[in-house]
Design a protein around this ligand. Structure first.
Ligand code: PEP
Length: 263
């Protein structure tokens, strides 16, 4: 399976950022697509427009090659949400549901990002968000990671986060076709520091083992690393994992494409 690079724009991006997204879509050539799948999680306000641009590009490339081709066979940039609400709909002013993300063109969504947990999201809500994502046919990208003070108990901490987030999948969702887990040490996000590659590899392997035992029906599981990934360190990290989740370095088209090149 090819690697995956996911960009997270966080609360950055205005209409003027369409130019950056166009550069990303244009630069994501078939050669790059053969190296790694590329997904971007822009703010929800830009999702539908970006999804349309990605779909247009997919069609253009495809028609140029062979007018008979199905555009779905030509890979383009995937879109994702940054979070979704734990209820399907209702009186939750300011929130975005998983179904809304899907409707706007997302095929995945982050769940449990450290910056959402820091705003008060708890394990129970994260579990409910994950179920909402699956119900809406979005691939959940479950983010887990220890804070600096929890480094000595990292394994127990990660196991607790995974167990709570993946608890009690209803029978209708028992067969989860695709699940992504991102190991993001909180102290590595936006700090310029990170664990050694050997540590990242060992932690991701353990996360894969634990996740498989918690959700044995998952047919496709990918474990990514996130936290201060840049074009300079991406090759080593991607080689040791299934891919990367990238924050600030994903804001510039050149940097994001350079990370795909490193895959
Ligand atoms: C993130 O926010 O998920 C992240 C990894 O950020 P950064 O790459 O900026 O550390």
């Amino acid at each position: 399976m090819s690697k995956i690079v996911i960009g997270n724009w966080k609360m950055n991006g205005l209409k003027s950022s369409v130019a950056t997204f166009r550069k990303i879509v244009r630069g994501y050539s078939p050669e790059r697509a053969a190296k790694a799948r590329l997904a971007l999680c822009p703010p929800a306000t830009l999702l539908a427009e970006f999804a349309m641009l990605a779909a247009e590009k997919r069609c253009e490339k495809n028609l140029a090659k062979n007018p008979e081709n199905n555009p779905e066979n030509n890979p383009s940039v995937l879109l994702g949400g940054q979070s979704c609400h734990f209820e399907p709909a209702g009186s939750f002013t300011g929130s975005v549901s998983a179904a809304m993300l899907h409707d706007a063109g997302a095929s995945l969504t982050l769940v449990g990002h450290a910056e959402r947990r820091a705003q008060g999201e708890d394990d129970e809500q994260i579990n409910a968000q994950l179920l909402q994502a699956l119900e809406a046919n979005l691939t959940p990208v479950l983010c887990v990671g220890e804070r600096q003070a929890e480094r000595a108990q990292r394994q127990e901490h990660l196991e607790r986060q995974l167990t709570r987030a993946l608890a009690s999948l209803p029978p209708s969702l028992a067969r989860v076709s695709h699940l992504i887990v991102a190991y993001e040490p909180v102290w590595a996000i936006g700090s310029g520091t990170m664990p050694s590659t050997a540590e990242i590899e060992a932690v991701c392997r353990k996360i894969a083992e634990q996740t498989r035992s918690l959700v044995p029906s998952t047919t496709r599981l990918e474990v990514l690393y996130g936290g201060s990934v840049t074009p300079a360190n991406a090759a080593e990290i991607v080689a040791a994992t299934d891919g990367v989740l990238v924050g600030s370095a994903s804001l510039e088209a050149e940097n994001l494409l350079a990370i795909v090149d490193a895959a």
